[in-house]
Design a protein around this ligand. Structure first.
Ligand code: ADP
Ligand code: ASP
Ligand code: MG
Length: 318
């Protein structure tokens, strides 16, 4: 039984975070499972590296930006491997290319084309925990590529599918998926489960908690994800295709720019109610769009947060 454990940058911001991730890996192994880790760059490292590039050039090349940005994940993988070894667990850090993660040549937004994972499998076979740098791969010319911001989620799902892992646990700075971003809507509710198609729609609509390509891949490969707290507490949210009877009418809300989106199989039927509420509260609807299992409202930017909270109260706080 194999578990892929992915840790995001906010959960690896300092030594304490790195050590907590190592401890969670050991906890998983104590349950009798194998574990492979995927890590993001520590804290805001990727943003800092980008800022550094723009401090020496107004137009850095996409190739060098990828060469630079990928170093953040390499550092955290080595540090987590060091933390594991300090706890008596053999570990090996592996870059994207050492892990056999091949991509197309679209720097900054590369797509994974093939995963060979030979060294990952070899490590696992010897009870060595592979700690894989997320967000990166190598193209046909041997150049380093990155998968787009938030791309470590995609690395985790791709590895889970390639290695036929039983679990794909994505650890982050919130206890799971909420009905809306809990930073924007304090009343948002933690979900025990969410349908993968709803999650994909939320990702497209601006919920950064799971990167959209990782959700596309999860749907394509049938990978179930558990999004959970890097504190190690709680069961997290199961993200999987739900049967019609267990799939709730409404999945959640997301905000991108001035656009608020409600997703869920019952969302379209809510259009008139939502319209009435927004207009009743004096929030002008600049545009609206209805598609399968979702509705979006474009609101004046300065009113969008208030609109999101209002719609959340209407849809999820009764
Ligand atoms: P990581 O560094 O672990 O990849 P991210 O910052 O990419 O973490 O994603 C986690 C953040 O996603 C949370 O801090 C939260 O503010 C935001 N978020 C947006 N929408 C949601 C949602 N529906 N449920 C939970 N978190 C959400
Ligand atoms: N470090 C990269 C980013 O900040 C990738 C990731 O976090 O998943 O976008
Ligand atoms: Mg992320």
């Amino acid at each position: 039984m194999l578990t892929i454990q992915k840790f995001g940058g906010s959960s690896l911001a300092d030594a304490e975070g790195l050590c907590r991730a190592a401890a969670l890996c050991i906890r998983e192994r104590q349950k009798g499972r194998d574990a492979a880790m995927v890590v993001s760059a520590m804290g805001d490292t990727t943003d800092e590296l980008l800022a550094m590039a723009y401090s020496v050039s107004s137009a850095p090349s996409a190739r060098e930006l990828d060469a630079l940005m990928s170093t953040g994940e390499c550092s955290s993988a080595a540090l987590v491997a060091i933390a594991l070894e300090a706890r008596g667990q053999r570990a090996i850090s592996l870059t994207g290319w050492q892990s056999g993660i091949f991509t197309d040549a679209v720097h900054g937004d590369a797509q994974i084309t093939t995963l060979t994972c030979a060294r990952v499998r070899a490590a696992l076979a010897h009870e060595i925990v592979p700690v894989i740098s997320g967000f990166q791969g190598i193209d046909g010319s041997g150049d380093v590529t990155t998968l787009g911001r938030g791309g470590s989620d995609t690395t985790a799902v791709a590895l889970a599918a390639a290695l036929r892992a039983e679990r794909c646990d994505i650890y982050t700075d919130v206890p799971g998926v909420f009905t809306a971003d809990p930073r924007l809507v304090p009343e948002a509710r933690l979900l025990e489960k969410i349908d993968s198609r709803d999650m994909l729609r939320l990702s497209y609509a601006g919920a950064q908690v799971l990167e959209k390509r990782s959700m596309e891949l999860a749907l394509e490969k049938g990978t179930e994800i558990c999004l959970r707290s890097s504190s190690g507490e709680g069961e997290g949210t199961a993200v999987r295709v739900l049967g019609e009877s267990e799939r709730p009418e409404l999945g959640g809300l997301a905000l991108r720019g001035g656009t608020v989106t409600l997703v869920g199989r019952g969302a379209p039927a809510w259009l008139p109610r939502l319209q009435r509420r927004l207009e009743g509260e004096g929030i002008e609807i600049l545009d609206s769009a209805l598609s399968r299992d979702q509705i979006s409202f474009e609101l004046p930017r300065e009113k969008a947060l208030a609109g999101l909270r209002m719609l959340h109260a209407l849809c999820f706080e009764r």
